[in-house]
Design a protein around this ligand. Structure first.
Ligand code: GDD
Ligand code: MN
Length: 379
């Protein structure tokens, strides 16, 4: 889709109050209360002469981030707050904020002041020149820096992710993991229905979702150290990110959640076998050892699915225990179905491997479908 497929808003560079701003800055935030007011002040300084609005998208942070944004919004019509309840996720928060815009351009910037907002006019200029569909604030082009990453481990995560992403990307990009970018709003809307909306990497999701390669312009930015609050990116986010790539490579045939669920199931088989081995070495009989091993594997699967597969609606507190019991019940039925089907196919002389595989496939589909509605309640 061509970048020039949008009409500029009627107002010039005066920055006065007009019905439609030229630029919407989407700011995903979770527990960033202390950063909201400084963010608005910095945008105000950086975007002088541009008609802008800021949309804070908060996932019901316990620290009251949305309240802080709303308090400012009451006095400043350029500021809006979206409070999402019962959901977590950077990518989906960005999508929601961007889809609430009717401006010409949409920018995305972290709410923790780690991205250099003074580069926003450069990103805008790159788009307005018509030479790019997407402008990215990059830490890895000359003049950029990621010195603000918390530690060596974070550097490793970040670099590893970048390699992985570059491998699967249709366009050359030095910093595909950046969370700081801008594009014409109509282009975003065009791509939005194809986005997976999972995890942290909305930029990557956009690039991979475009039917035609996007023309990207990278602008060097500094990545500052965090001043308040803490990072939400961890190893699990990287796992989710691997899932996103897998989903794109498979062309979205299988839902991402199912892939994750099945992979966790495969790990569970490993846990089961290992525990069986230990139980036998400890002198348990086969029946007892296999029972203990199966329960351990199911508990492990529950914990992993809760942390990775259903990260965005993770169960906590009393709901966690209720979920665990339900999960054990669901999987027990799945195991019975698995064995029953494998047995009857075996009786039909289908052979060990095929019978076993068919039983396992039915088991995992059952476990997935039922636990998705019963344990984690997804739509
Ligand atoms: N609404 C919402 N929901 N916002 C979130 C969530 C969420 O579940 N998780 C994180 N955020 C917000 C944070 O409050 C912050 O404003 C921004 O998203 C980035 O999250 P951080 O936790 O600060 O990320 P980071 O500093 O570790 O990661 C940075 O580097 C990555 C590349 O290594 C960010 O710039 C990422 O965007 C970037 O991809
Ligand atoms: Mn950050």
């Amino acid at each position: 889709m061509p970048a020039a497929d949008h009409t500029p808003s009627p107002q010039g560079a005066g920055g006065g109050l007009v019905s439609t701003p030229e630029l919407t800055v989407v700011i995903p935030c979770y527990n960033e209360r202390a950063n909201v007011a400084p963010m608005v002040a910095r945008l105000d300084a950086a975007l002088a002469g541009i008609a802008w609005e800021a949309v804070f998208v908060d996932d019901d942070s316990p620290d009251g981030t949305a309240d802080a944004a709303r308090a400012i919004a009451r006095a400043d019509p350029r500021v809006r707050a979206i409070r999402r309840i019962g959901r977590r996720g950077l990518a989906s928060a960005v999508i929601e904020g961007a889809l609430s815009s009717s401006a010409d351009y949409v920018a995305v910037i972290d709410g923790d002041l780690q991205h250099d907002e003074t580069r926003l006019p450069d990103l805008l200029a790159a788009l307005k020149s018509g030479q790019a569909d997407l402008a990215v604030g990059s830490r890895h082009v000359e003049g950029g820096s990621n010195a603000g990453l918390a530690n060596g481990f974070r550097h490793m995560l970040s670099d590893g992710g970048i390699r992985l992403a570059q491998f699967s990307l249709p366009v050359k990009l030095t910093d595909p993991m950046s969370g700081y970018f801008m594009l014409p709003r109509p282009l975003f809307e065009h791509l939005a229905p194809r986005l997976t909306g999972q995890g942290f990497k909305i930029l990557l999701d956009l690039l991979l979702s475009s039917p035609a390669p996007l023309r990207v312009r990278e602008i060097p930015v500094q990545f500052h150290a965090r001043e308040a609050g803490e990072s939400k990116l961890d190893v699990l986010v990287l796992l989710q990110f691997a899932g996103l790539l897998a989903d794109k490579m498979l062309g979205g045939i299988l839902p991402l959640r199912f892939i994750s669920f099945a992979l966790v199931g495969a790990i569970g088989v490993g846990v089961n076998l290992a525990a069986l081995f230990v139980g036998r070495a400890a002198g348990l009989g086969f029946g007892a050892a296999q029972t203990v091993a199966t329960i351990l594997a199911m508990i492990g699967n529950f914990v992993l699915n809760n942390a990775v597969t259903y990260r965005d609606q993770r169960l906590r507190g009393p709901r966690l225990w209720r979920g665990l019991i339900l999960f054990l019940a669901v999987c027990s039925v799945g195991a019975v179905a698995n064995i029953g089907i494998a047995r009857s196919l075996f009786a039909e002389r289908l052979g060990w491997t095929l019978s076993g595989l068919a039983g396992a496939a039915i088991g995992v589909v059952w476990n997935y479908a039922v636990s998705a509605t019963l344990v984690w309640r997804t739509r």
